[in-house]
Design a protein around this ligand. Structure first.
Ligand SMILES: Cc1cc2nc3c(=O)[nH]c(=O)nc-3n(C[C@H](O)[C@H](O)[C@H](O)COP(=O)(O)OP(=O)(O)OC[C@H]3O[C@@H](n4cnc5c(N)ncnc54)[C@H](O)[C@@H]3O)c2cc1C
Length: 368
């Protein structure tokens, strides 16, 4: 029922703008409005804080169905989870009350600030600092590649509070867009997900009350990694949706397109490609749904499953979208058809929330 609801909304209110959002590299405001009106913009927020209380699998289904028509728009529910999960996992009751309510109501989105210009895969090498000053913390530094930066009201920011302790000297904070000293860089000019703004975030003597720290001092990096165990599953969901969109489009196209006097769908070479695409997509879906179940149950092998789902589903999405372009021939290579956008959008799922090389490192360290 949830899938049918989201699919109907996505097809009616998000899909019609997807090509223009990509072409004009503009924020998908129509998608945010439609998702917020239907209470689907941050479905993961627990009911006790005014949210829809969707479990991990339901959240995957929402993201998957939005990504099927517009990957950029799927980053609205996905990054709202990524940005706010540190608060849900480790925040004080007061922080949860203060920030999850507005997020659930649609009053402000959440972003997640871990990466820096010189600290990507090696995120613990970050330089952004927070210095204690009485009842305040003062933040200075630069975060890079921050999804929805400038649009979001709230930012979970990881910063070094004790430079002698590397990852154990990192703490997490909630910073608000309106805090003095917060500013944003120009939007990055990207290959895909062009409707999702990606900007640098600058912290210039940003003075925030000490109770904005998420969890204990020195636990920020652990919280950031624990968050990714859960949210890599949302990137897998995004990959599934993009791949499903491309497969659905290609499936229809091959029945219409005629060469050698018959629909190209009649050729076994085409049928085998479609069979492989559907088979790999279903395998990725089953792995992702298993990972989502583990995310709810907090199973001990969640870290492996989260990384495996993200890595496998994103590799599969890249393959399926590339094959979809192939099935459309020259037409697939143009912007007159949606599959080239889907192929460009799929690429990011192999890169963010840890590249697929990093996922393989994580899996190797956590073999089941
Ligand atoms: C569009 C977009 C949105 C993003 N959104 C966010 C966000 O909202 N919040 C956030 O914090 N970050 C975000 N990121 C950052 C993203 O997570 C990083 O780009 C990613 O982790 C890789 O870091 P890097 O770009 O510095 O690459 P690098 O770490 O420099 O990696 C370069 C290459 O080296 C490989 N590599 C690095 N170390 C190893 C190793 N040990 N073994 C094998 N290979 C290795 C990598 O896999 C990659 O292929 C986003 C990035 C993009 C592009």
């Amino acid at each position: 029922m949830l899938r049918e609801t989201v699919r109907a909304l996505a097809e009616a209110k998000i899909a019609p703008h997807a090509a223009a959002v990509d072409e004009e590299a503009r924020f998908p405001q129509e998608a945010l409005d439609a998702l917020t009106a239907a209470d689907l913009h941050a479905v993961h927020v627990p009911e006790e804080y005014g949210g829809a209380g969707a479990d991990a699998l339901a959240t995957v289904i929402v993201i998957e169905e939005v990504a099927r028509v517009c990957a950029s728009s799927s980053l609205i529910p996905a990054v709202n989870k990524l940005g706010s999960l540190p608060v849900i996992l480790s925040g004080s009751e007061a922080l949860k009350k203060k920030y999850l309510g507005p997020l659930a109501k649609g009053d402000g989105m959440f972003s997640y600030c871990l990466s820096e210009p010189d600290a990507g895969s090696d995120a613990a090498g970050m330089k952004t600092k927070a210095l204690r000053d009485g009842d305040f913390w003062v933040l200075n530094g630069v975060k890079r590649w921050i999804t929805n930066a400038g649009v979001s009201e709230y930012y979970t920011v990881m910063a070094v509070t004790d430079p002698t302790k590397r990852s154990k000297g990192i703490s997490a904070f909630v910073v608000e867009k309106s805090d003095e000293g917060v500013s944003f860089g120009a939007p990055e000019k990207k290959l895909g997900i062009k409707g999702s703004p990606t900007r640098e975030v600058y912290f210039d003597n940003v003075r925030i009350p000490a109770d904005r720290m998420i969890g204990e001092e020195g636990t920020g990096f652990a919280t950031a990694m624990k968050t990714l165990d859960h949210t890599r599953i949302t990137i897998a969901a995004q990959a599934l949706g993009i791949a499903q969109g491309a497969l659905d489009y290609a499936k229809g196209y091959v029945q219409e397109r005629k060469q050698f006097g018959k629909p190209i769908a009649d050729f076994q070479g085409i049928q085998f490609m479609l069979a492989d695409m559907a088979m790999k997509l279903e395998a990725a879906r089953q792995l992702t749904y298993s990972a989502a179940a583990k995310s709810e149950r907090l199973d001990g092998d969640l870290t492996f499953f989260g990384a495996a789902a993200k890595c496998f589903a994103s590799d599969v999405a890249m393959e399926i979208t590339t094959d979809a372009v192939q099935l459309l021939g020259g037409y697939g290579y143009t912007r007159d058809y949606p599959v080239e956008r889907m192929m460009r959008d799929a690429k990011i799922t192999q890169i963010y929330e840890g590249t697929n090389q990093v996922q393989r490192i994580v899996m190797a360290r956590n073999l089941p």
